[in-house]
Design a protein around this ligand. Structure first.
Ligand code: GTP
Ligand code: MG
Length: 136
């Protein structure tokens, strides 16, 4: 069975949207396999976001992810990786389609990073890598 790593980022946790977001994922038919709330360390986030090192949004992204607790979850189901990314919507919450998590709950707050509520793994390989980082 396919698995994906989902993060509810600090903006989603601070706005008390965690339950709503988890409910949407479950309602689509995916199964919650693991769930925890953590204050991520810089080292863990540097591992998680290693593909983005050197990009202009990298430092603001890591700082944002350090700004408060995150919810870390593993969801399971056939094609859950692409299914969750479809449910999340595109990266920029201003233009993410209505009906998606980012499109319904997110917007541009004029900050240096896209505060876009959730993260989802983008391939089987990254899902296994990210699950290994967050559930070591
Ligand atoms: P994740 O599920 O969070 O990985 O989102 P994604 O796969 O849609 O985006 P990507 O992996 O390319 O980027 C990771 C995160 O960096 C995004 O979710 C945003 O928070 C932030 N980000 C990505 N691209 C940009 C950008 O062009 N500008 C800014 N300010 N932030 C960005
Ligand atoms: Mg990504």
């Amino acid at each position: 069975i396919e698995r994906t790593l989902v993060l509810i980022k600090p903006d989603g946790v601070a706005r008390n949207l965690s339950g709503n977001i988890i409910a949407r994922i479950e309602a689509k038919g995916y199964t919650l396999a693991e769930l925890k709330k953590v204050n991520a360390s810089r080292g863990l986030l540097e591992q998680h976001y290693e593909e983005h090192v050197g990009k202009p949004f990298y430092e603001p992204l890591v700082e944002f992810m350090l700004s408060g607790p995150v919810i870390v979850a593993i969801f399971e189901g056939h094609r859950v990786i692409e299914g969750f990314r479809s449910l999340a919507g595109t990266t920029d919450p201003s233009t993410a389609a209505p009906g998606t998590i980012r499109g319904d709950f997110g917007r541009d707050w004029g900050l240096k990073v896209q505060q876009n509520l959730v993260h989802g793994s983008d391939s089987v390989e990254s899902a296994e890598r990210e699950i290994g980082i967050w559930f070591a």
